[in-house]
Write a protein that binds this ligand. Structure first.
Ligand code: URP
Ligand code: ZN
Ligand code: ZN
Length: 454
């Protein structure tokens, strides 16, 4: 063994117990009541929780979008991840016209590989479904990329697929064992409402929300679920943010369909009221934050198990870029930061008694690992799994500020948020990459995961 974590309280999705963990060559070797460390390095976790590293299954790093590129590249994004207890990052690799699936992932991997500070994987976003791409699904699944994404919006940006394409993709995913994620909002309604607001001179960030309110998202959730049910294909809805959609997910799951819903901390913490703030444009993301009823429904979905995962949709833009939309909400690049805030925020909610710590591990680590095919190496603490571990001090109070974050962005929507408890150490495959507020990792350490869903 090379390292022993002693005296901590180990928390997985299913268990909480006192124990020591020995680590050898980046993997968990033994878990026992009392391990004699011999010459191994000792990490004392007395009074702390020892958790599996989080998996952020939804990020957009260095993504060309909204007339610019999201400000965290692979180095900054995975550095911030490490500092927030995230040890595996999923990025969306956007297919360009005519490009193959593996080709898309490899193109992005050339940029990501030398920069990544923690392990990572790609979901490939299909934007141009050629017969060649459809044929390539099986090869991609066998290669270790068994998850794809489609956008039901972003027509002008060239990312949207129509229902016919979505159905072809769902059918193929069923045949090949892949999982399709959807960004669900109704593009025609968004265009219609946006046009009307602009004509009326209603241009503030509040109208970003009103151009895509609850029912605009709900319609697309229902449509995507309808197609998935009809084709008996599994479906993963990203960044679910509305009550009606939540109800539809619950209904489909109760009927026995393999439907997964992801939500994000921003939808659990903020409501649409943020768009009335002077800095409302900083909160502009799609789908937008919704009303209190939707937020309550999402928390209820967490409690009933109908929310399967929490991820961040991390897609930060600088203030000057957000300012492009000061007088016209359509010019605000859509996206917010969160990769460093997800695990601390959810753990803080657990520490305050809203849900259990086990539930947080399930949502932020073990479920994404299982759903996206990287369990049991990731997402739990068992002998043989990767030593991706977070040590969490439940007594450390923390106030989020841009000055104590590790992204390459000049503000945070989480500014001033008070957290009860905070991660004090992150290990990535046994290596300490974050300790007491300081990043200790290095670019190039992270490895791309080859995944297998079933
Ligand atoms: O506003 C957002 N969410 N930006 C990133 C792209 C997406 O839709 O996920
Ligand atoms: Zn999206
Ligand atoms: Zn996204």
């Amino acid at each position: 063994m090379d390292t022993v974590i002693k005296n901590g309280t180990i928390v997985t999705a299913t268990d909480t117990f006192r124990g020591d963990i020995s680590i050898k060559d980046g993997k968990i070797q033994t878990i026992a009541v009392n391990i004699d460390p011999g010459n191994a390095k000792v990490i004392d976790a007395e009074g702390r929780l020892v958790l599996p590293g989080a998996i952020d299954a939804h990020t957009h790093l260095a993504m060309p979008f909204g007339g610019t590129v999201s400000s965290d590249d692979y180095e900054a994004g995975t550095r911030a991840a490490a500092c927030g207890g995230v040890t595996t990052v999923f990025d969306f690799a956007l297919q360009t016209k005519g490009e193959g699936i593996i080709e898309t992932a490899q193109r992005r991997n050339k940029i990501c590989e030398p920069q990544a500070c923690v392990d990572y994987a790609f979901h490939v976003a299909i934007t141009d479904l050629t017969p060649k791409v459809l044929e390539e699904f099986q090869t991609a699944v066998d290669y270790g990329i068994p998850s794809f994404k489609v956008f039901m919006v972003y027509k002008k940006e060239g990312l949207m697929v129509d229902d016919g394409v979505l159905c072809k993709i769902l059918k193929k995913s069923k045949e090949t064992g892949a999982l399709i994620s959807v960004h669900a909002e109704n593009p025609d309604l968004i265009d219609l409402r946006t046009e009307q607001f602009l004509k009326e001179g209603k241009t503030s960030a509040w109208y970003h929300y009103l151009s895509r309110p609850e029912f605009v998202e709900a319609e697309a959730d229902k449509r995507a679920i309808h197609w998935a049910k009809s084709l008996n294909a599994p479906l993963y809805i990203v960044h679910l943010a509305n009550k009606e959609g939540m109800e539809e997910v619950k209904k489909a799951r109760d009927e026995g369909y393999e439907i997964y819903a992801e939500t994000c901390p921003q939808y659990l913490h903020f409501t649409s009221d943020v768009y009335k703030r002077e800095d409302g444009r900083n909160f502009v993301c799609s789908p937008p934050m919704k009303g209190q009823e939707s937020q309550d429904a999402l928390w209820e979905g967490i409690k009933t198990g109908d929310i399967a995962t929490i991820a961040t949709d991390h897609c930060p833009f600088q203030s000057y870029e957000k300012d492009w939309g000061k007088d016209d909400f359509t010019k605000i690049p859509n996206g917010c930061m969160g990769i460093e805030n997800m695990y601390p925020y959810m753990l803080s909610e657990a520490n305050k008694g809203k849900i259990s710590f086990n539930k947080v591990v399930e949502l932020c680590s073990s479920n994404p690992a299982k759903i996206f095919g990287c369990a049991p190496a990731k997402g739990t603490i068992v002998p043989g799994s990767d030593a991706d571990i977070v040590i969490y001090d439940p007594n450390k109070d923390f106030v989020v500020s841009k000055d104590n974050m590790h992204s390459d962005v000049d503000h945070t929507i989480w500014e001033g948020t008070e957290l009860k408890g905070y991660p004090v150490m992150t290990l990535s495959r046994g290596r300490v990459v974050f300790k007491d507020g300081e990043f200790l990792g290095e670019p190039g350490w992270g490895k791309m995961l080859k995944r297998r869903r079933k």
